[in-house]
Structure formats: C-alpha cells, structure tokens
Design a protein around this ligand. Sequence first.
Ligand SMILES: C[S@@+](CC[C@H](N)C(=O)[O-])C[C@H]1O[C@@H](n2cnc3c(N)ncnc32)[C@H](O)[C@@H]1O
Length: 306
Amino acid sequence: MATIEAGSPRLGRWRSTTIFIRRVSPRGEMVRRSDQAFRAATRQPRARHEAEYSQEGSDMAAAQLYDTIGATYAATRGTEPRIAARIWAALGDARTVLNVGAGTGSYEPTDCDVTAVEPSALMRAQRPSGAAPCVAGSAENLPFDDQSFDAAMAVSTIHHWQDPIAGLREMRRVARRVVVFTCNTSDLDLFWLTRDYLPEVASLKACRVLASLTELAGAIGARMEPVPIPWDCADGFFEAYWRRPEAYLNENVRRGISVWAAVGSEAEERAVHTLSNDLASGRWAERNSDLVDLDTAELGLRLLVI
Ligand SMILES: C[S@@+](CC[C@H](N)C(=O)[O-])C[C@H]1O[C@@H](n2cnc3c(N)ncnc32)[C@H](O)[C@@H]1O
C-alpha cells in the first residue's frame, strides 16, 4: 500500500513542495507535481523499494542530527554566489539535477529541473515555498533508478553521511556527472580557529572522514579543485568568517554550524571565551595580521567532480 505524506508534521503546516515517502507504490504514485524528471526518476522496480524499506533505520539516523540542531539553519546559511558559480559551472549543461543532503536548498540551480533528497524533516520544512520537490531519504540509498539524472550534487554534507563512499557511489549510479562541495581537513593548522581555539575538531568523526578526502576522491575517480573562500562569504559555514573573527562570538552564527554542537558546550565556551579575550587584547590581530589584506583564503574547501 502506498502512503504519501506531504507537509511538515513538526511545524504543523503543509507545504506543497516537500514530499515524504514512507511507502512508494510502483511507477510513481507519490508524484504530486508535473515535474517530468521527478516522475521519471522515481519510477522504480519493486526490488528497489524493498531495499529502501530495509534502510529505514539508517535514514532515521541520518535525520537525527539536523532534526536536533537544524532549527535556525536558514538564519545564517544560504547561497554564496561565488561558490554557487563554481558548482553550477561544474554541473555543465545538465538539465536534470539531484541535490543530495539538500537541506534548505542552497546552491540548487534555478535554471535546471532539480529534485532534492534530505533525511531531516526539520531541514525539509525550512525549504522555501517554490523550492524544488524534496524526497525524504539518505545518500547511501537513493530511491532512484540508475542514470536518472544528468548530474547529482552534494554541498557541505558528505561528512555527515554514515558511509560517504557508499553515498558517492549512489550518486554516480543515479547520475552521469557528480559534483560535491566539501572540505579537506588534512591540515587543521590552515585555519586559526581550529589551530588556536578549537583543537577538539581533530577528533570529530566528520573531521577524520574529510582528512582523507584525497583517498576518498581517488576511490570514486573524482578530480579535486580548490575553492577559495571570499572574505565576505554569504554562507555561514565553519570557515566562512575567517576574516571576521567577531562573528564566532555570535551564538546565532555558531548554531548554524554543526561543528560547535559536535565539540560540546565545554569546548565551545572555552573557545569563545579565549577568542573574545584575544580580540579585546589585540592578540588575535597580532597573530593573524597576514589575513587582513586577503580577499580570499585557501582553507581546504574543495570541489570534487566526476
Ligand atoms: C550542513 S547541511 C547542508 C545542507 C545543504 N546542502 C546546504 O548546502 O545548505 C548538511 C545536510 O546533510 C544532511 N544529511 C545528513 N546525513 C545525510 C545522509 N546520510 N544523506 C543525505 N543527507 C544527509 C543533513 O540532514 C543536513 O541537511
């Protein structure tokens, strides 16, 4: 039996652009809009649906973190146009695009037929009205046929996946081209925040995953391109405020960055306290005088392209 839920039970309102798939009937019964690619892509053989049911547990696990920390995501996170330009250029002439770990929809190209996949209900609920249709699911088990899309993209998400290689292989399975925006964390001394204030980052699982980004890219045959971060980066991810250190004293900014939740409140309080003191005393400025004149910084951000 097919059960289709559209809407946000948590926020108690219904949205037409978000589609939760609990049970998918064969041949696209859950389609609620006349989106050709979405309809074509979700026509799946029965075996695929059964595989998906058995993955329900891992989809739940993927959703958990952002169902807890994602409430204010859209307040500080959004599309940085210069990074978007790099991602869109890498997507090339793709007309149908799958956005995996899509969150609130930042970086989804507006001139393509986009389908989003996102495990967290709280994140799906924050997608703006008119955003691309969004399926509840996780990267490791994409509910789409082989080669359903021209391209698949994933932005700031692979470090959260239970099995990044499995997720990337799934992207390759469903799409002809794969574009991933992520970070190589093999040199934590690149960024003053981790080097001088938050060394705990080194022991986070997400950081360890990204420390071996070169091997990961090799395993899936991707090429890696550096992405410099503009000094006034509009997407408030962890490294975004490298030339605006005062921003890290702002609780709202920190709540939009999963690293702070991951290191725990004790490390967070200590780092913020020390940074605040160093900004007041001029110690931060003294140590980081080389940053003041830079417009962009190389902090390990990478585009993986297959
Ligand atoms: C930092 S947010 C990035 C969201 C969006 N791509 C952006 O650029 O704003 C990370 C997202 O990855 C999602 N995520 C976590 N585990 C996942 C998995 N296994 N498969 C797909 N997405 C996952 C989270 O729910 C969250 O929405």
